[in-house]
Design a protein around this ligand. Structure first.
Ligand code: URA
Length: 229
């Protein structure tokens, strides 16, 4: 059977009829988008609306809210964490818990506010009990992050913690090693830096000094990237 239109799918669902469909990422899957969306496919709003309705993986069954990301979609700096926690899930916003407060303070330390950057996560839905994202969840979800990076075109990406850095750099190096050098996010050739996840810093405050050093490097790199133009 051909892939049903969203309206046909609605009626098939209402009748309890399951239609086999090739597994696809939600962004490539037009049927995942509701029919009232009438926005250019390449637009930020199209991506956001589609993401908020995503049911590509089983996390859609346990989430309260999709956490698309927040901040300025034209930011020079894009900050990428791991996945929403309990508070992020309940508010639909990234980094709003204790780790988020620390992130806000870290940004303030280099003269930035949250509305000057864009903050997102590798996963848009909360894994139950805050467990690590599973490979199939990452595989289903990251076309959204890829598209966010493409549309924002940041001058610099800051990966927070091991999970984010491993995904973005496709490596399994230790965080301490990744922090030590500058990287490039291959898909868009965007400069990328790695620092500790703020949740880790809450548990290991002795490393806050090192993370401040990282942020000062971020500030310098942003300054040189934006003053070249
Ligand atoms: N940890 C993350 O990685 N992301 C959030 O949004 C919150 C906590």
């Amino acid at each position: 059977m051909a892939i049903p239109t969203p309206l046909q799918k609605h009626y098939l669902d209402a009748m309890g009829i399951q239609v086999w469909q090739e597994k696809q990422s939600v962004i490539n899957d037009q049927t995942a988008f509701s029919p009232e969306i009438n926005l250019p496919r390449e637009s930020w709003e199209f991506l956001k609306k589609g993401t908020l309705q995503c049911q590509a993986c089983h996390l859609s069954k346990t989430r309260q809210n999709v956490v698309f990301g927040s901040g300025n979609p034209q930011a020079d700096l894009m900050i990428i964490g791991e996945a929403p926690g309990a508070q992020e899930d309940s508010q639909g916003l990234p980094f709003v818990g204790r780790a988020g407060q620390l992130l806000t303070n870290m940004l303030q330390a280099i003269g930035l506010t949250r509305d000057k950057v864009f903050i997102a996560n590798v996963l848009k839905c909360r894994p139950p009990n805050n467990r690590d994202p599973q490979p199939e969840e990452v595989a289903q979800c990251t076309s959204i992050l890829t598209k966010q990076i493409e549309l924002i075109e940041p001058k610099l990406i800051l990966a927070l913690g091991r999970i984010s850095a491993h995904y973005l750099l496709q490596t399994d190096q230790a965080l301490a090693r990744m922090r030590e050098r500058d990287h490039v996010y291959q898909a868009t050739q965007t400069p990328l830096m790695v620092t500790y996840h703020p949740a880790y810093l809450l548990r290991s405050p002795q490393d806050k000094k090192k993370s401040l050093e990282d942020l000062l490097k971020v500030k310098a790199k942003l300054h040189s990237a934006t003053s070249i133009q």
